[in-house]
Write a protein that binds this ligand. Structure first.
Ligand SMILES: Cc1cc2nc3c(=O)[nH]c(=O)nc-3n(C[C@H](O)[C@H](O)[C@H](O)COP(=O)(O)OP(=O)(O)OC[C@H]3O[C@@H](n4cnc5c(N)ncnc54)[C@H](O)[C@@H]3O)c2cc1C
Length: 383
């Protein structure tokens, strides 16, 4: 492979005209953030040529590997965010997720992504229950302050005992959501080039070194989330692997909510009588700080035991499939959207909330680059 050779030189005239000629904006990463950024650019300036590069021909990031919770916060998460990052950041995170979901719902119909209103439910260890339940009025005040929705959280006696319920959340099929988002981008004229693995960004000469040779860019937006360290180097983001299992259908199993446990480190829902259960990263934080898409004995056994002993209440679990996906996390919970120079922007660090926040972050990235001063942007600015 000759990295000094341009990909351009290997393309036919037809390919070159379609793919690489006169590209205005190159986006790195075809996850929810990359697609949303491309869509926003085309909506704001249809005449622009927008190209999306991705290293794989099938999705490997988080956007099609997640559990499909359309959520904006549980009791423990909102409390934790307030304590660690302050009220302002906590309010911004709620607002950005809400807005992100709103944008997504405006783009993809409920039918096209199997969207369902299903409450977000949280269950606690017995020793913590009293504390968290006592915080519900405070959390409701936070949500009311941001979304003007009263009594968002309630307490109920549910399948797993005392449960806190967020009445405004839902769930969706992330693969259908992404397929329809890609379709939307293509209809708007966004060009895709898959199988292009970017190894380095030459920020001065505006060139990408890739597995196929180099590509020049005019403006670049990097949306590689959990994989960003390898292309960007020194930036406050780390990969965080999350493992997931799905069972074969279980007779009579149904859940009227999307469940969170252990401060969101564990989550589960029901799809067509199957249990989808993921997380457990808190048990092996060091090993799970990786962008390798593997499953490990430790986490899968933990998830299986939890499914049998608690969620399915003693029934034997048969796992139909297991997989993993990669989150991007860092020392701060706010996503990073910023220009590195006049030609390069990054839009990364979606944490465990990219399904909700990703569409909004795409809007922020496109608006900043095009200097479009829209009313949504203030949600992102920290005060
Ligand atoms: C198991 C799991 C469960 C989750 N559950 C939820 C949930 O219920 N609700 C929620 O809101 N969020 C959830 N998340 C988080 C959410 O899925 C992510 O925050 C979101 O998908 C991130 O989107 P993204 O576009 O930033 O990154 P990604 O979807 O990871 O996309 C990045 C893309 O960049 C490409 N790429 C990377 N490096 C290169 C390179 N060098 N060259 C070319 N291309 C490259 C990758 O191939 C990939 O397609 C979950 C995540 C996981 C893993």
């Amino acid at each position: 492979m000759n990295l000094n050779q341009s990909i351009e030189q290997k393309l036919s005239w037809w390919e070159y005209q379609y793919l690489l000629k006169d590209v205005d904006y190159t986006i790195l990463g075809a996850g929810i953030v990359g697609l949303s950024t491309a869509i926003e650019l085309k909506l704001l300036a249809p005449e622009l040529k927008v190209l999306i590069l991705d290293k794989k021909t099938y999705p490997v990031g988080a956007s099609t590997k997640n559990a499909g919770f359309a959520c904006f916060g549980s009791v423990s998460e909102i409390l934790d965010d307030t304590e660690r990052f302050g009220e302002n950041v906590c309010h911004k995170l709620i607002a950005m997720r809400w807005r992100g979901l709103d944008i997504m719902k405006g783009r993809i119909s409920a039918l096209d992504m199997d969207y369902q209103n299903r409450p977000g439910v949280e269950i606690f260890d017995l020793e913590d229950e009293h504390y968290y339940h006592s915080q519900i009025p405070i959390i409701n005040d936070h949500v009311d302050h941001v979304l003007h929705e009263k009594d968002c959280f309630n307490l109920r006696k549910g399948k797993y005992g005392n449960e806190t319920v967020n009445r405004l959340e839902g769930c969706l099929n992330p693969q259908k959501m992404m397929a329809n988002l890609e379709l939307k981008a293509r209809k708007l004229g966004v060009v895709f080039m898959q199988g292009v693995d970017v190894e380095n960004i030459d920020k001065i000469n505006c060139k990408l070194s890739t597995n196929l040779g180099f590509i020049e860019f005019n403006k670049l937006i990097v949306c590689t989330n959990g994989f960003s360290k390898s292309v960007l180097g020194d930036v406050d983001i780390q990969p965080a692997r999350n493992q997931v299992i799905v069972t074969y259908p279980v007779d009579g199993f149904s859940l009227d909510g999307c469940y969170h446990m252990h401060k969101g480190y564990v989550y589960f829902r029901e799809v067509n009588s199957r249990l989808i259960l993921g997380g457990g990263r808190h048990l092996a934080k060091e090993e799970e700080t990786t962008d390798l898409l593997d499953n490990t004995e430790q986490i899968i056994s933990y998830l299986k035991d939890l499914a049998e002993s608690k969620i399915l209440m003693g029934q034997v679990v048969k796992i139909e499939r297991m997989w993993s996906g990669i989150l991007g996390v860092g020392s701060d919970k706010m996503p990073i959207v910023k220009k590195l120079n006049d030609n390069i922007m990054i839009a990364i660090r979606m944490g465990g909330m990219g399904v909700a926040i990703g569409s909004y972050i795409g809007k922020v990235a496109a608006s900043i680059f095009l200097e479009d001063d829209n009313s949504d942007l203030h949600l992102f600015v920290r005060s």
